[in-house]
Design a protein around this ligand. Structure first.
Ligand code: FES
Length: 202
């Protein structure tokens, strides 16, 4: 039970419908079930418990990003998936498991980085790089994702992008964490310079 935190009585949660609990977790009662998500909207941090929940879709009220409240998957790629947490009821009380496993996080951010590259979404690329570095994924692994993507899509303008990515990766040993994040972001997002406004179909 080390990672489990109480969200209060089931009865009061059913009446409240949405609340924020310890750890900044938004808890929702919707169509007979409980859901828990990181309460900060992954787009720009708006509190999700103030959003609306309809047919399993949680909508943030700032820029209207939509999320599947069960999986956390976003319907709007310019936002990002929101982390979700396991819930359970015990003796009339609702409990939320605050733990997200590190391996889940790494895999999630790798997939998001691929999505950001495929759809040319700078914000998603930036967030994925930050997430991967914070999850202690070696920079070489992040660069490898970019190189694999770049070599597959050379015809779309990744030739110069690969050169920039290589130059940025050479500078990494001299940089601190913040500098490494910036260099990786620059290296991974430069293909847009040669293919402005384009989208790749994969
Ligand atoms: S902060 Fe939620 S959609 Fe922008």
């Amino acid at each position: 039970m080390a990672n489990w935190v109480s969200a209060g009585s089931v009865k009061s949660l059913q009446e409240e419908k949405a609340k924020v609990i310890k750890g900044g977790i938004g808890v929702f009662y919707h169509e007979g079930d409980f859901y828990a998500v990181d309460n900060r909207c992954p787009h720009m941090g708006f509190p999700l418990h103030t959003g609306s929940l309809c047919d399993g879709i949680l909508t943030c009220h700032w820029h209207h990003a939509r999320f599947d409240v069960c999986s956390g998957g976003t319907l709007d790629p310019w936002a990002d998936d929101v982390p979700v947490y396991e819930t359970k009821e015990e003796n009339g009380e609702l409990w939320v498991n605050q733990a997200i496993t590190v391996s889940d996080k790494k895999e999630k951010y790798k997939q998001r980085l691929m999505k950001g590259l495929e759809q040319n979404l700078g914000l998603v690329i930036a967030k994925s790089v930050v997430g991967l570095i914070n999850a202690n994924v070696p920079a070489q692994e992040i660069i490898k994702i970019g190189i694999q993507f770049g070599t597959t899509h050379r015809n779309h303008g990744w030739g110069p992008g690969l050169t920039i990515l290589t130059a940025m990766s050479n500078s990494l040993p001299k940089l601190d964490t913040q500098g490494r994040i910036q260099a990786l972001y620059q290296g991974l997002s430069r293909w847009r310079v040669t293919a402005p406004g384009s989208r790749l179909s994969t």
